[in-house]
Design a protein around this ligand. Structure first.
Ligand code: FES
Length: 575
């Protein structure tokens, strides 16, 4: 056995790490190696540093279809660098295949990843994922385990074609569905479109949550430079996987743990990038949860400060015309980061072993397609894509994606039209007698993190059919729910505390007046505080609570959106 793996060193490595308890360490080592021999690997290979490969392949996760190919390429990289690759399964969260929502299971996946990294002998871990919750879940777990870790994403889908139109999941899904609801296209057409929205392996093709998470994790320093935007089916993705395997070995040997990379400064770099790409509102929740694992808090007031100074530079759907494959061809996330240089902390360490500044300097002068990635001097918008709102309706804050909203609705007051639950919404949204006008504010209650619905991506309330048919494309919509990163509209989300916790949102009644001011960053219910308190007292939350299993743990421990919807006991510093 080499010195590297000797149990006599102060830092046991490889298969000598974390021996099983039998009350006899030498026996435990003997037994482990006996069993390891049964895998057919040579003694020489079994003595190498171990690189765990957390695989999230699942038939229930279409976005992860090519994970086996990536695992093979990572293994090749690890072997070339002199390590022992060891693949292991972790929970996989396929966005469209989970009930009630994938968010509910993100923390379960994070716990699974954390515990398996900690319990199994590995000197570093490669985290392979891509679909919305997979990336934050894996990183939350790895940050808590604090074993050297590197993220590899599965990469975005390529776009498809329907007649003359270029299509990508899932902004175009929503656009065509809205047209179908408005009676502009028929059933045959919507079925044809369905077959062309998601035509390759990979994650959603637009700047939705998966692409946003990939981009900000590259900015955070937890992914190899230049790898976030490589399409899933591009050969470069396999080369990126091989390089990730090699990088994992460097991280293991240099003992570069996540706490050296995920810091207050690198989290601000990720936040700045999120705002500059007009990224998904979900990413605020996930970045907050990841940062919380490292003991870093994201204050929504700080988000607003960074948002006000950060221009929107990227013209991808859902707000622009382009897709992730275009961003890759345009220069990738590196092109965005180079443009943002004066706004970033360049001294942050990354998994490449370089600081962010060193990494970016290497690519100075590289090609950038300015149709896709704008300059700071001529941005798409002068301020960041997201803004936090406060007021008596959202004492803990709420989020508006101003990059995807209609500025005509930014300074408005409207009459509340309230839906008390998702069921209520589904039952009445298409009622021709629904009392609603284009200048009303739609309000959805009981769709937050504490609700039985598990904070679904339901904040993009559909335009009522009667308004859609009259040509209304947007109206103010307010809820404690989330919104898909592929959606758009003047939509106030993550209202906190949520209504299932007895937040003020639960006190809104039909006909109340609500005032939105993006300029002042406020959302106000124009009802006396005493009357709000009286309504909340008279009508406390009554949803039945789960009495066993993970559902009970989730309901008891989940935090509000401004704390990332993490479990309190998993944070580095519980609240
Ligand atoms: Fe997996 Fe969109 S459904 S990324």
């Amino acid at each position: 056995m080499s010195d590297e793996t000797s149990s006599n060193t102060s830092h046991p490595q490889g298969l000598n790490k974390g021996l099983t308890n039998y009350g006899d360490r030498d026996f435990a080592r003997y037994l482990r190696l006996s069993f390891a021999n049964s895998t057919g690997r040579s003694k020489e290979l079994l003595s190498k540093p171990v690189i765990g490969i957390a695989s999230t392949f699942s038939d229930f996760n279409n976005c992860h279809r090519l994970v086996p190919e990536l695992v093979a390429a990572v293994k090749a990289g690890v072997l070339q660098a002199g390590g022992l690759p060891m693949e292991f399964p972790t929970i996989s969260l396929g966005e469209a295949f989970l009930h009630p929502t994938s968010l509910v299971y993100r923390n379960l996946a994070a716990m699974d990843t954390e515990e398996m990294i900690r319990a199994q002998p590995m000197d570093a871990v490669v985290l392979i994922g891509g679909c919305d919750k997979s990336v934050p879940a894996a990183l939350m777990g790895a940050i808590s385990a604090n074993v050297p870790a590197i993220q590899l994403v599965t990469g975005p889908m390529m776009t498809g074609r329907w007649r003359t139109e270029r299509l990508g999941a899932c902004t175009d899904c929503r656009r065509f569905w809205a047209r179908f609801r408005a009676g502009e296209i028929d059933r045959k057409t919507i079925d044809e479109v369905e077959g062309n929205l998601a035509t390759t392996a990979g994650t959603c093709a637009v700047m939705g949550t998966a692409s946003t998470m990939a981009s900000i994790v590259e900015a955070l320093g937890m992914m190899l430079p230049g790898t976030a935007a490589i399409p899933a089916v591009h050969a470069d993705r396999l080369r990126a996987a091989e390089a990730t395997g090699k990088a994992a070995m460097r991280l293991a040997l240099d003992r570069i743990t996540p706490d050296k990379i995920v810091t207050q400064k690198s989290v601000e770099n990720a936040l700045t990038t999120l705002l500059a790409i007009g990224g998904s509102t979900n990413a605020i929740i996930h970045l907050t949860a990841m940062a919380g694992r490292a003991g870093v808090d994201i204050d929504l007031n700080r988000l607003n400060e960074i948002s006000d100074r950060t221009p929107v530079l990227v013209d991808l759907k859902p707000t622009g015309p382009y897709y992730m494959e275009d961003l890759y061809a345009a220069g990738g996330v590196g092109a965005i980061l180079r443009e943002l240089k004066p706004l970033l902390h360049l001294d942050c360490m990354t998994v490449s072993g370089q600081t962010l500044g060193e990494r970016l300097a290497e690519d100075d002068g590289a090609f950038v397609d300015r149709a896709v990635v704008k300059t700071r001097e001529a941005p798409l918008q002068p301020q960041g894509g997201l803004v936090a709102l406060f007021g008596n309706l959202a004492p803990g804050g709420a989020i508006l994606k101003r990059a995807a909203a209609d500025p005509k609705l930014f300074e408005t007051e409207g009459r509340a039209v309230v839906f008390t639950s998702l069921e209520d919404l589904a039952n009445r949204i298409d009622d021709p007698d629904l009392d609603i006008n284009a200048d009303d504010f739609m309000v959805l209650q009981n769709a937050g993190p504490k609700s039985a619905s598990g904070m679904p991506e339901a904040g993009y309330l559909p335009i009522p059919t009667k308004l859609g048919r009259a040509g209304v494309k947007d109206l103010v919509r307010i809820s404690d729910a989330r919104m898909s990163g592929t959606a758009y509209g003047t939509i106030v989300l993550h209202v906190s505390p949520d209504s299932a916790s007895g937040g003020p949102l639960a006190a809104v009644r039909n006909g109340d007046r609500i005032r939105l001011s993006v300029k002042n960053k406020t959302i106000e219910l124009l009802v006396d505080d005493a009357e709000i308190a009286r309504r909340l007292d008279a009508d406390p939350p009554q949803a039945p609570k789960p009495t066993r299993g993970y559902g009970m743990l989730y309901e008891r421990e989940v935090l509000q959106a401004e704390h990332g919807c993490d479990f309190n006991f998993l944070r580095a510093k519980p609240l």
